[in-house]
Design a protein around this ligand. Structure first.
Ligand code: NDP
Length: 331
């Protein structure tokens, strides 16, 4: 028997509740590889899945946790053997399949990536889905021509998980990073990660009727969408790109939208971390091991245990979590 955070639904009231319970290997869903989990993390989607599910959870009881890192315990796939260190993000694990909020997880071999040299299971989860997505966004901007020296790169939702890692990666790569935050008290934290400029959230959330504004940004990693993305698009330099990763500020983009695309050739790149093929995941994890300063990563980490998760799930949905929450499932 081992511990897991189990979310159950009361069929009569429709209400869900989450608690740490003992479960056994036989309870785990189908998969070729059984992993002894070391660490998982708290992401926005986890907040949804710990609560009523937000349409993500298909079946109760459910074990959330959209990412984890650990050691292979048993494998029916030639690619993995007991003792191998692995990391998992995406593939709807923690949503449609039981996830990393347990001391063991059973998954398909295709969903795993071998831990790259330079990362251990804890640092891999300090990065987690948020950091993996930040790296995918940076890679997409590079593929569309971004290079250091082109001008300031904007990161929205900067004190959050994706934003913190994006700030650290871009700063380390030699970009000038402008970090947008609604939390002025996080200025020192963001400058410590690598931001050279802090932009107040309210400066970018006022909807303007202007079709375009002065060109400012050489690229953007956007975790917020909503009114802010509408505004940012109008401030992008000619021919640059915005990597859109999330919608912490709302699903609707507001403003006179078409002008940045047809008058400035701006690209809007959608970043999805969930269905990334193996080679892309491997390449992103190798870049993380190479291009993310580990000392900066440590400054982002807030440690947690399985029993902290119900409260943390509520906090992340309110935008109140800073950086990355790393869950030691064995603590
Ligand atoms: P966090 O909650 O850690 O960070 C989001 C940040 O956005 C907050 O910290 C806050 O930053 C800012 N924010 C929150 N609410 C608002 C608001 N109303 N208006 C403006 N800014 C706001 O979440 P993550 O970084 O983990 O994820 C961010 C988004 O990306 C989520 O929507 C998530 O679902 C999505 N996501 C998408 C992935 C993909 O594959 N595309 C993968 C991972 C996440 P600050 O306090 O600095 O202003």
């Amino acid at each position: 028997m081992f511990n897991a955070l189990v979310v159950e639904k009361d069929e009569e009231s429709g209400k869900t509740s989450a608690a740490v319970k003992e479960i056994s290997v036989e309870d785990l869903p189908h998969g070729e590889v059984l992993v002894a989990v070391d660490y998982s993390t708290v992401n926005y989607k986890d907040g949804l899945c710990i609560g009523p599910g937000g349409g993500l959870v298909r079946k109760y009881p459910h074990v959330p946790g959209i990412d984890f890192a650990g050691t292979v315990e048993e494998s029916h796939d030639d690619r993995y053997k007991p003792g191998d260190k692995v990391v998992l993000t995406g593939w709807r694990v923690g949503e449609a399949h039981w996830g990393g909020y347990a001391q063991k997880a059973r998954v398909l071999a295709d969903w795993l990536v071998p831990l790259p040299e330079g990362l251990d299971t804890r640092s891999a989860m300090a990065v987690g889905t948020a950091g993996f997505t930040a790296m995918l966004a940076v890679m997409a901007l590079e593929d569309h021509g971004l290079a250091p020296g082109h001008g300031p790169v904007l990161v929205t939702g900067a004190a959050g998980g994706v934003g913190s890692v994006a700030t650290a990666i871009l700063g380390h790569l030699g970009h000038e990073v402008a970090a947008v935050t609604g939390r002025p008290d996080q200025e020192d934290y963001l400058r410590g990660l690598g931001a050279s400029q802090i932009v107040a959230r309210e400066d970018l959330t006022d909807v303007t009727r202007k079709p375009l504004e002065a060109e400012q940004w050489a690229g953007c990693v956007d975790a917020v969408a909503g009114a802010m993305l509408g505004r940012v698009l109008k401030q992008m330099k000619y021919g640059t790109s915005v990597a859109a990763i999330g919608l912490a500020g709302g699903a609707a983009i507001e403003g006179a939208l078409i002008t940045p695309f047809i008058l400035r050739g701006v690209n809007l790149l959608g970043i999805d971390s969930v269905m990334q093929p193996y080679q892309n995941r491997l390449r992103a994890w190798q870049r993380i091991a190479r291009d993310l300063p580990m000392d900066k990563l440590e400054a982002m980490v807030q440690p947690a245990t399985l029993s902290d998760l119900p409260a943390l799930g509520r906090d992340i949905l309110k935008g109140q979590v800073r950086g990355r929450v790393v869950v030691d499932v064995n603590a």
